[in-house]
Write a protein that binds this ligand. Structure first.
Ligand SMILES: O=C(O)CCC(=O)C(=O)O
Length: 294
């Protein structure tokens, strides 16, 4: 296996022990099998640089500032808009809240060409890195409508970032939402993606730990951020693990195997909030389709 041992501008640390690579936007045309390579384990993550120029990122942020401030849902570290699928536990009311925020966002995208353009670019981006698959957003059976493509996630100063986790850790909490999808998706080992829109001055990097779901499936509590518990019951301190950092720049998109790989977003140390637009990806059970959602 080809291993990226060298740090890059956005992927750095003493040792890059998973195969994370950086791709310039002008090489996207040659990157049609990137998602397939994540699927097979040939690579574990990639940052595509400058998928949209910084001026366009600035326009997106300006357009979204008020809607996120007025209608965003509070999270422990900031805000999210529209609502995350994790709120859809088994109650109709929560599905209605999810769709009412999504409806508001879809209407905003119709009014604001820069946001519509952003969503179209995201779709084209996935299509260009997954030429082996038919790419789409899943449909909710009850609402007979597409779910959300992603969410704006605002992380504010000194709120702790996003505690250590891996996507597979949340599978049981999200089974109800998954059961409402009309598509036949294999939800194990989902991929994560986020489009970096605004960096904080210091902190906010994604730490990738040398630790996989196959060996570690729990933590002491959901808020625990310094240790995890392995399958033999041993407490593992994160400070004793190898890690490296991924810090994309505004306009870059990161896609990685966030289902099995443990990771966290470091505390935001600067005054400027970190803002991303992110979600998840996974494959149909027959491995012909790729879905993205949030
Ligand atoms: O949106 C982010 O910045 C963090 C993403 C993440 O941790 C995940 O997708 O699991």
């Amino acid at each position: 296996m080809e291993t990226a041992i060298q740090s890059t501008e956005t992927i750095y640390g003493p040792e890059i022990f998973f195969n994370f690579i950086e791709i310039p936007a002008d090489k996207l045309g040659e990157s049609g099998h990137l998602v397939k390579k994540l699927r097979t384990g040939e690579i574990h993550g990639f940052v595509v640089r400058n998928v949209i120029p910084k001026e366009e990122v600035a326009r997106i942020l300006k357009t979204m500032e008020k809607p996120i401030a007025d209608s965003g849902m509070d999270t422990p570290s900031g805000k999210t808009y529209p609502a995350p699928f994790a709120i859809v536990s088994n109650s109709d009311e929560r599905l209605n809240t999810y769709y009412s925020m999504l409806g508001e966002f879809n209407a905003l995208a119709e009014r604001e060409p820069v946001i519509k353009g952003m969503l179209e670019k995201l779709d084209n981006f996935f299509k260009s890195i997954a030429t082996d698959y038919k790419v789409s957003i899943p449909t909710n059976k009850i609402k007979n409508a597409a779910v959300s493509a992603g969410q704006f996630r605002v992380f504010n100063q000194d709120k702790g970032g996003l505690f250590v986790h891996c996507g597979n850790l949340f599978q049981t909490q999200t089974l109800h939402y998954y059961s409402l999808l009309a598509n036949d998706i294999d939800m194990n080992d989902q991929l994560s993606f986020f489009w970096l829109l605004q960096n904080t001055e210091e902190g906010g990097e994604l730490s990738i730990y040398d630790m996989l779901w196959k060996d570690v499936k729990r933590k002491k509590s959901p808020e625990e951020n310094d240790s995890v518990i392995d399958d033999n019951g041993n407490t593992i301190l994160l400070k004793d693990l190898k890690s490296f950092a991924v810090r994309p720049e505004p306009g870059d998109i990161l896609v990685f195997s966030g289902g099995p790989i443990w990771h966290r977003v470091e505390n935001i140390k600067g005054k400027t909030p970190r803002i991303t637009f992110g979600g998840f990806l996974n494959f149909s059970k027959d491995d012909t389709e790729l879905f993205y959602w949030a």
